[in-house]
Ligand binder design. Structure first.
Ligand code: NI
Length: 140
C-alpha cells in the first residue's frame, strides 16, 4: 500500500458561536474565535490517498485528477469565503477545524474511491500550531 498526499491552501473567515448562548458563554467556550465580527485563518489542507501502484501509469492516483477534484469540491468553495455564511457544505454546521476536516472528507471520499483507491486522511492546519487529522468513521 502506498500513500500519496496533495497539499492545498485556502484563506477563509469564520467564527465559532452558538446563537442560543450569551456572548459571555460564547467567549468562555470559544475564546477569540467567537469574535462577533469574524476573523480569518490561512488553512493548509493535506489530502492523503492510499492505494496500489497502477503498473501501466506508475501512479496510485493521477495527481492532476486529485488536484482538480480538491480545487472544485473544496478550495473554490472555501477560499476567500466566510465558512459560516458562504459554503454550501458547511451550512448549519459549526465552523470548527474538526467539522471542516470531517466535511471535506465527505466531499472527496466517493470521487477518490471511483479512481480505484481510497481516501486515507484529511489533515487540516488552522494555525501553525493547531491541526486536525480525520481518518473517516469506522462504519463508513
Ligand atoms: Ni478561528
Amino acid at each position: 500500500m502506498l500513500y500519496i498526499t496533495r497539499k492545498e491552501r485556502f484563506n477563509a473567515a469564520h467564527k465559532l458561536f452558538r446563537q442560543e448562548w450569551s456572548d459571555e458563554k460564547n467567549m468562555e467556550v470559544f475564546g477569540k474565535c467567537s469574535n462577533p465580527n469574524w476573523h480569518g485563518h490561512n488553512y493548509d489542507l493535506y489530502v492523503t490517498v492510499k492505494g496500489k501502484i497502477n503498473r501501466e501509469t506508475g501512479f496510485v492516483i493521477d495527481l492532476k485528477f486529485l488536484s482538480k477534484l480538491i480545487k472544485e469540491m473544496v478550495i473554490d468553495k472555501l477560499d476567500h469565503k466566510n465558512v459560516n455564511l458562504d459554503v454550501d457544505f458547511m451550512a448549519g454546521r459549526m465552523a470548527s477545524t474538526e467539522v471542516l476536516a470531517e466535511t471535506i472528507w465527505q466531499q472527496l471520499e466517493a470521487p477518490i474511491r471511483s479512481q480505484g483507491c481510497q481516501l486515507h486522511s484529511i489533515k487540516l492546519y488552522e494555525t501553525e500550531n493547531n491541526y486536525v487529522e480525520y481518518f473517516g468513521d469506522e462504519n463508513h
